[in-house]
Design a binder for this molecule. Sequence first.
Ligand code: EPU
Length: 422
Amino acid sequence: MESLIIQGGNRLKGTIPISGAKNAALPIMAASILCEGETILRNVPDLRDVRQMCTLLNRLGVKVERDETGAMHLRAEDEMNCHAEYELVSKMRASICVLGPLLAKRRKAQISMPGGCSIGDRPVRLHIKGLEALGGDADLVTGDIVMKAKKLRGAEIFLGGAFGSTVTGTANVLMAATLAEGRTIIESAACEPEIVDLAEFLNKCGARIEGHGTPRIVIEGVASLHGAEHSVIPDRIEAGTYIIAAAVTNGELTLKDCRLEHLVAFIDTLRKVGLNIEKSDKGVSVSSSRRLDPTEITTQPYPGFPTDLQAQTMVLLSLADGNSIVTEKVFPDRFLHVAELNRMGTRLRKEGPTVIVQGVKKLIGAPVMASDLRASAALVLAGLISKGQTRVQRMYHLDRGYEKMELKLKAVGADISRVTDE
Ligand code: EPU
């Protein structure tokens, strides 16, 4: 296993290029199952999760190759295998994104039921409810969801749940509905930019989708889809993470390919806390006033404050002059980073789905254990400002979702390196 070693204290200065969005790339790659002919995707980040999706698609008969420019070519060649096995699904929950495409195109899908994970309970009931409304029959067989359909028919589907809509559930129903007969209306659809990117890709392939980006998506089914060329949107969560890196190190960073319009709630909060975030021809520039104000944040589905930036923002608020309150309304148990951050000197007190963040003067480096992707990013941010050395163990969590993180940080002045554990 690998770890990151960070010597804290350096101010970050320079430019960081933002990679393509993991959570847009994964469902778009899965959508290639629906298409006849070749799809070419640009700006697909080179990540562990993306490589896992390549392996899964390969097993499902989709040929996936990167060319010399980095563009990814996908072509469904063999429709025999419809089974996403436990071995792959347990490594990457986003494997569930093949459920809708397999059911719509091959009329059969068998997918190992994803269990809970370190960010909490992660049900897929809404995915199945939506696909059943389109005409799929679902069964649970030895831990696998098995879905079959003779034919899919458009329907009106409500995808809201106790914690808002579902992002990958919306992706699954949207993908399946493109090939259903007639009109599908998804109410309480997820509005995330990654869903908009998926819908735009599908429309390039010949789908007829309207309303994406709003809670009401209308899909007129078509007989077939063809491949298309598409460039994946930049990763708003990676951008948000580096915005915080600039702020906590009292640095000055410019982010290339960062879309502020995808981060409205986050930017609004950070400006209130004391960050200067401006758009220029070169990208988005970030610097901070030395004094940070405390604030209250509540994570919500898009366009609210993203849960995927909750852990990282907690590090920033730990440096504020006073107490902040962070409430998690998407994954109420997503707080495994709290205990690890406290080992580095933060003062975080968890009360149910809320954490009270007491501002502190300094953090102290320590060996810490990454528990999930975004928690790991928070530990790296804490390491960048801590006195002494921080060792972030279980680097593979970060490699799932941040492309070349240590190289990008090193290039702007961080003292950071990857080591192999003995
Ligand atoms: N939910 C249900 N029933 C369902 C599905 C979801 O109650 O059938 C609940 C969940 O338990 C949760 C809420 O709805 O409380 C939202 O979950 P959602 O289904 O939207 O999450 P997801 O689609 O599994 C995606 C991202 C996550 C991101 C969430 C929320 C991908 C591949 N994953 O997950 O990304 O946190 O949306 O924005 O798009 C990450 O990148 O680190 C990550 C975890």
